[in-house]
Ligand binder design. Sequence first.
Ligand SMILES: *[C@@H]1O[C@H](CO)[C@@H](O)[C@H](O)[C@H]1NC(C)=O
Ligand SMILES: *[C@@H]1O[C@H](CO)[C@@H](O)[C@H](O)[C@H]1NC(C)=O
Ligand SMILES: *[C@@H]1O[C@H](CO)[C@@H](O)[C@H](O)[C@H]1NC(C)=O
Ligand SMILES: *[C@@H]1O[C@H](CO)[C@@H](O)[C@H](O)[C@H]1NC(C)=O
Length: 444
Amino acid sequence: MFRRLLLFFVVLPVVIINGATETYIRFDLIRDQHSYASHPVQLARNDVIRQAVISRRLSRIRTPMNSSFDMLINSGAFSGTGQYFALVQVGTPARPFVLVIDTGSDLTWIKCKNTTSPETEPVGHRFDARKSRTFRPITCSSPLCKMDLPFSLTECTEPTNPCLYDYVYADGSKALGHFATEGMTINLSTGKRAKLRGIKIGCTSVSAGTAFAKADGVLGLGYSKTSFAASATHLFGGKFSYCLVDHLSPRTETNYLVFGNRSSEDTTALTYVDLSMEPPLAPFYSIQVQGISVGEVLLDIKEKTWKPRSGGGVIVDSGTSLTVLTRYAYKAVTKAYDDVLVNVEKVEVEPFEFCYNWTTPPAVVIPPFSIHFAGVGGVGTVKFTPPEKSYIISVADGVKCLGFMETPWPASSTIGNIMQQNHLWEFDVANRKLGFKPSPCSKK
Ligand SMILES: *[C@@H]1O[C@H](CO)[C@@H](O)[C@H](O)[C@H]1NC(C)=O
Ligand SMILES: *[C@@H]1O[C@H](CO)[C@@H](O)[C@H](O)[C@H]1NC(C)=O
Ligand SMILES: *[C@@H]1O[C@H](CO)[C@@H](O)[C@H](O)[C@H]1NC(C)=O
Ligand SMILES: *[C@@H]1O[C@H](CO)[C@@H](O)[C@H](O)[C@H]1NC(C)=O
């Protein structure tokens, strides 16, 4: 993993726009000549050079591509999961797949049919690599497999064997398969359709986990050399954004995951903080937290909780439902609310520690929860104050729980997707800024 984090260069995919007259605009595949440098000083130097090179490439590409593309997203609550889903078109001819949007991983994969077994048994909605003209397996002997692709296995008995991965998610879900490059069809903001080529995608033969019962795979929005987010943002405005509807919304309530600029009314008055995709927390998106307040009280939480280099730090993860706090922060936050709710009848609901009988809403004032972020450039403080339903969450009729999970120290804390709901989040990776603002996330 360490190696992968250091060797962080972006290979841009080729884009072909299908115009009305079938004319194609084609961008060259750009490779980084320094991809295999390994001395840390050289890497740091390359990093600086890379920034300059990327800005030049971006401006070159932005002119013809000053547009964005979007994918419909909705809450997966209808399927009993705490995930958000995006609709993605994969392969040639393109087929629709529903993928979990996950800023907490850089592996994109879809469930694949077993191409070595005869097409007999019903396998549900699976991608058939044999039926796509653009599917190209990646071999285990390729540098891509050995150096860049996340979670690739070293096992390689024949050089032409596929590049395998075996990934276990934090909740125990897993995906096992092989890597390929493939095309995705996207809807540009101009109304045209385009094909993103050369996307590194996993073809999963075996998966397990509740999140994947109703989804066809994962759209890994984490940021690393070969990730979908890196490829798509480098072609489209250097940023992506999503507005998460209330996590209990029906599946018909949709919004968008947008790569590039959203419409201007969407992005007015965003509040920005610094965004980092650097080690030790890469390929995650981390932000600098200064503290947490409940009501007017800034809680007494050890400062190292928020410091990545002291074993802590905070990431923003669309693929984790509840907000995860390390011991000190978890104890302080849950105590602050439990003190307020001390006279409310407790209810046992796994896996929560603090649940209450809310049949009759308690006659107490719930103090607001705020996360204090460091402002851009470390100057000042920016407060994020989510609605009450994002931290005192409805888990059943008449039952509410404190929507936090505890994780043992040392670990990073995670701002989960329920905490992010009813907000627009803009991951401006080119400028290393995270923007947010409250929003009903209703489609115009
Ligand atoms: C690119 O898009 C931005 C935002 O939509 C707009 O302000 C700008 O004028 C566009 N530039 C070109 C060259 O079309
Ligand atoms: C693109 O738009 C078409 C027509 O509105 C729609 O059917 C399709 O699902 C969209 N594709 C994606 C990837 O959102
Ligand atoms: C695919 O099918 C073949 C033949 O039925 C079987 O031997 C193999 O184990 C299957 N592979 C997976 C990953 O299930
Ligand atoms: C909550 O309290 C009400 C009565 O006040 C009771 O009827 C209900 O069963 C309780 N709910 C739970 C989950 O204990």
